[in-house]
Design a protein around this ligand. Structure first.
Ligand code: MG
Length: 160
């Protein structure tokens, strides 16, 4: 069976007054990711991992920030559209693993709900999704709480 891996990465600034939506889950936090869409860096990194593995365009090409269509867009809808395209390209999703680097919000209390939500969006069991938080050891802008960086990796299998 043909298997393919894909890697995704995304960074967003965290700004006061923005809703904090990560991994499709709304978190009670004083800052949230800025962006043309809702800024969900976790779902954006997953989109790039999936499209990378499937040989499709990346998130910025599919949903350009110059297009008013995607202004304030719910990234869950973008991910669902990508899952559709990955299926059309002849792939099934094996698993997805995510690292979220930030000094806040705290990821550990949100892990279970993120896994459930991402699994539902990808139409796979939550057991095929993993999410881990990582702090920055006091180094740089991310450690000052000014942003969130996300890495995602996925495995796809050719269907049939
Ligand atoms: Mg992004």
């Amino acid at each position: 069976m043909n298997e393919r891996v894909g890697l995704g990465f995304d960074v967003h600034r965290l700004e006061e007054g923005r809703p904090c939506i990560l991994g499709g889950v709304t978190i009670d936090h004083p800052t949230g990711p800025a962006g043309h869409s809702d800024g969900d860096a976790v779902l954006h990194a997953i989109i790039d991992a999936l499209t990378g593995a499937a040989g499709l365009d990346d998130v910025g090409t599919m949903f350009p920030d110059t297009d008013e269509t995607w202004k304030g867009a719910d990234s869950a809808r973008l991910l669902e559209a990508v899952v559709e395209r990955v299926g059309d390209a002849g792939f099934q999703i094996g698993n997805v693993d995510v690292v979220i680097a930030t000094e806040g919000p705290r990821i550990a209390p949100m892990r279970a709900s993120m896994r459930e939500r991402i699994g539902a969006l990808l139409r796979v069991d939550a057991g095929a999704i993993n999410v881990k938080g990582k702090t920055l050891e006091g180094l740089g802008a991310l450690a000052e709480g000014r942003g969130v960086a996300v890495q995602a990796i996925c495995l796809l299998r050719e269907s049939g």
